[in-house]
Write a new protein. Sequence first.
Length: 377
Amino acid sequence: MDPYDRYELMVNGTVVQTPIVLAAMAGVVDAEYALARREDAGMVCIGGYSIDETTMAASRLLVEAGRDEFLPDDPTAEIRAQSEMLSESGLVVAVNMRGSAPESFAAVARAVGPGIVYEIDAHCRQEPMIAAGCGEALLHDTDKLERVVRALKAEHVTVSVKMRAGVAEDDQILARALWQAGADIIHIDLMDFGHTKLRQIRNACPLILIANNSITSFTVVKDMLAHGADMVSLARHADPATLASLNEKLAAYADETGWYNAPKQLCRGGDIRSLTFCCMPVKNCPLIPALENLDISRNEFISVKLNGVKNTLLEGGENTCFGSLAWCCKSSTPCMFRNMALKEVGLSLPDYMRYKRRLSEKLMKRVFEGDAFYAAE
Ligand SMILES: Cc1cc2nc3c(=O)[nH]c(=O)nc-3n(C[C@H](O)[C@H](O)[C@H](O)COP(=O)(O)O)c2cc1C
Ligand code: SF4
Ligand code: SF4
């Protein structure tokens, strides 16, 4: 199947071949590393590169302490050269950067241009980097982090923020602030928080989310995708055998289900995208507090759902519980009535899920137009 039809995912104007990202490792992840893995990855974050005098000095201290670092004389020229080596690779290319001031980031983007994604390293917790005012320091100085995002966006480039969960005061508030500042992607190291933290961030902003940390098996990948991840990333375990196995299983799963990162249903712990599978708001269930949280009335919810399926194959389904496939459950929930309705209109279960994805996008548009957000766990 064509990768766009399979995942319907684009980043920085490029179709993502597979939602597997090679996460940055300083001194390790460069063009050569990425080219050796390109068959089973969709995106690479090369670097991290220290991009100004202050952070290059911090890198030198790390090298003295025995860590691997990229330390080219001219980081901008090196970033340009490495990304040019990847220009025909089919990978979405991002560069992970440590800088001490917003202008340092903007200067690289100005020089290298919009062909790559600019990833702000707000993740590194090595003392010299924190002292240089970058890495994790940015999660304690979120005003500065927002200024870095804004400085990059002023250069008209796609921006990712690499962060660690549980460091900032409130990850949901931070996610919303990054979205308001113009960020396009949040690349989140979930540490030990797992999918609970991921779902919180999914519920707080409509950005592309890359889930990271200990993604070692397809079971973990599926868990991340079902709780809000658009992509998953690997650093320590990005060996060719693991990548090949994940890529193969992901493709089969996407083709079989029709929506590779479909959420769980809301009452089974799904994120807010799962409103697409919700029933009419007529019973006492988690939908009611969710709508209250979002400041969406029951009547408005009904009209957004019904308008969302108008003139589509989901409009019908008079013998289903609520008279329209708009209200029907996820394909993994067996149901004779839904399946009969689908048969009548000639829709396969994977195609049904593709339509549900469209409906979810319309619902999310409404959710994120409002000021309220789903703050529940
Ligand atoms: C040796 C090494 C170097 C790393 N360097 C960077 C870096 O420069 N920038 C960054 O954002 N993350 C860096 N990371 C963090 C990884 O990208 C990733 O977030 C972390 O290892 C957890 O993911 P994993 O379980 O897939 O390894 C580094 C990790 C390792 C092990
Ligand atoms: S409306 Fe239906 S699917 Fe949604 S939470 Fe309630 S019971 Fe679950
Ligand atoms: S008809 Fe089946 S799929 Fe549709 S809402 Fe009822 S139980 Fe769910």
